[in-house]
Design a protein around this ligand. Sequence first.
Ligand code: CP
Ligand code: NVA
Length: 300
Amino acid sequence: MNPRHFTSLLDLSCEELHRLISRAIELKNNRDPGYQPLKGRVLAMIFEKSSTRTRISFDAGMVHFGGSALFLSPRDTQLGRGEPLSDSAKVISSMVDCIMLRTDEHETVTTFARHSRVPVINGLTDLEHPCQLLADMQTFFEHRGDIKGKTAAWIGDGNNMCHSYMHAALLLDFNLNIACPSGYQPLPEYVEAARERVRFFDTPVEAAKNADLCVTDVWASMGQEEEQKLRQIAFKDYQVNAEVMNAAHKDALFMHCLPAHRGEEVTAEVIDGPQSVIFDEAENRLHAQKALLEFLLCSK
Ligand code: CP
Ligand code: NVA
């Protein structure tokens, strides 16, 4: 039987995503060290890019569940020397129970999934970051209940996080207001797919109007370091600051996947202020991914 993969949030049905969020909250609130559904199972984690949260949360999650995780970098595996992805996927998946990949090209993850006999998880690509959305949505549900019918405002780069927010809006039925500088809009195919849930605005304040959640991300993602200067100019009016938060609902939450640059995409006042839930959001990577691992590896 073909394994279930998680290369995109859209690999889940609405019902499955709801179930994962509830399960993540349950696992967080009732930690039972005796519950070890992944005893003896191994997760291979392939990181072609840096990570703090993704690496630690997957590793700790596997240990909590009685299993273990292998950290693999292309620098010291044959992947970095050009071994074909299809061969690597076949070999690695013959030895482990699940594979997580963080890479530039989204196609690397989908190719791996095609050739793997075990579940493949997208730990971030240039196009999507679905694991982060599991944690973000868990965080919203914990603080405010169901997000259905609510409004989230995405401010800044139309990047991998923005794309996965569009998927979340589709699956969980919320409205997504987007304000990105021109030239930095999300890709048309993502916009097209989420058309009924997404609206575009010229300024962050307009996008944030009546929002229940304001979200942003770095102006230059991993791999775009050389564009930093150019982007600082393009994004200078796309900062989440007090004025933007004031346009949103009084009880609006602020989220950021982290790492953040205070003074660029968000002011210190907002990210360290009372509406910010960034540390719950970061912690929830652990709980949400435990729910995901259980779903992919233990479902009958
Ligand atoms: N948010 C996130 O994915 O963090 P890391 O890059 O530290 O894994
Ligand atoms: N958009 C960011 C997210 C980091 C978690 C990046 O791709 O670098």
